[in-house]
Design a protein around this ligand. Sequence first.
Ligand SMILES: Cc1cc2nc3c(=O)[nH]c(=O)nc-3n(C[C@H](O)[C@H](O)[C@H](O)COP(=O)(O)O)c2cc1C
Length: 372
Amino acid sequence: MNDLLFTPCKLGNLTVANRIVSLPLYLAYPDEDHEVNDLVLDYYDETARTGVGLVVVENATVEECGLGNPRTLLVSEERFVPGLARLAKKIQGYGAKAILQIHHAGRYAKRADRIAPSAIETWGVTPEAMDVAGIERVIAAFAAGARRAREAGFDGLELHGGTGYLLAQFLSPRTNLREDGYGGDAERRMRFPLEVVRAVRAEVGRDFVLGYRFMADEYVPGGLTLEETAPFAKELAGSGVDYLSVMTGCYDAFALPRYIEDDATEGFMVPFAEAIKRAVPAIPVIAAGRIQRPEMAERIVREGMADMVGLARVLFADPEWVRKARGENTEPLNECLNTCAICLKRVMMQKPAYCGQWARPRRRQLLDRIGE
Ligand SMILES: Cc1cc2nc3c(=O)[nH]c(=O)nc-3n(C[C@H](O)[C@H](O)[C@H](O)COP(=O)(O)O)c2cc1C
């Protein structure tokens, strides 16, 4: 049953036991000290225990002015390494491989001192346009964050190039209005993310897995589409990135009717993953986006649309998904409801998230833990 899902897959030199990935899902579980706490550890314990082959840990931020939310993990100093090491070990204890996603929110940071490629007002604040010294500082921060991911014992790291965050802001002609060597035509807009990739690779060495969360389409008028992102995917593959984890959309899109409608559709990001897979056949691609039924996940792998399938809200709603896909649990799926966005709403309110599908006692348990 769903046999291909349960075959191994290689990311760089790393062999992952099956093709099911727990995608990064930021739940506002860390406290404002940005450390790995018990809530975070328990969430990843439950996630790794589901039987997924790979767990990608949420948006650990490389410098404070890049925090997308005050309750977010930081990887900006050595003192965060021991907590992250406990997290990596917890995940690996279940046989899953552990990847740390490293992140900078840029203009979407919830900070007065936010920075961006260009000074474009965002959520009522105009970020400071980065000068070349600022660009070099952020590249060094990504490289140092990557080194700490390695020191913490993760099996690899993933650069967060999705959701319209800093790396994507440089790529997009909507948000990068620079007239220096980092802006202008597509090649110059790619320069910053590619320099980050090269600096990170130089820091961690060739053996450490380096993935990229890849925004294939911004989903906004005048925004990036496959026409520009597919060539960027080729550049990433040529720069030593080991896999691409494909998603679509950015904050400016999330309230638009087109995004809302598509987000309600099963497998809505998969055609984008398929297009990127065609552009970079030599490296593995992870597909995402409401991959609700295991049969669909199996078909994605069987038909070569992607090499692995990623689940975020889907797994949060049903931690038994993998066992159900394997036929070990024959109960019906507990589906992530496409009319419910409570996890995202809670995170946007900076409150620890729960799933609308959780039974009342489970939800109560979380609320009791956070004193709500
Ligand atoms: C509450 C929430 C938090 C998320 N956090 C992250 C994140 O930290 N990093 C990331 O790359 N994607 C993040 N995503 C996007 C998911 O990884 C995924 O691409 C998307 O939700 C589609 O998959 P799904 O339908 O299985 O949820 C988040 C999504 C939601 C709803």
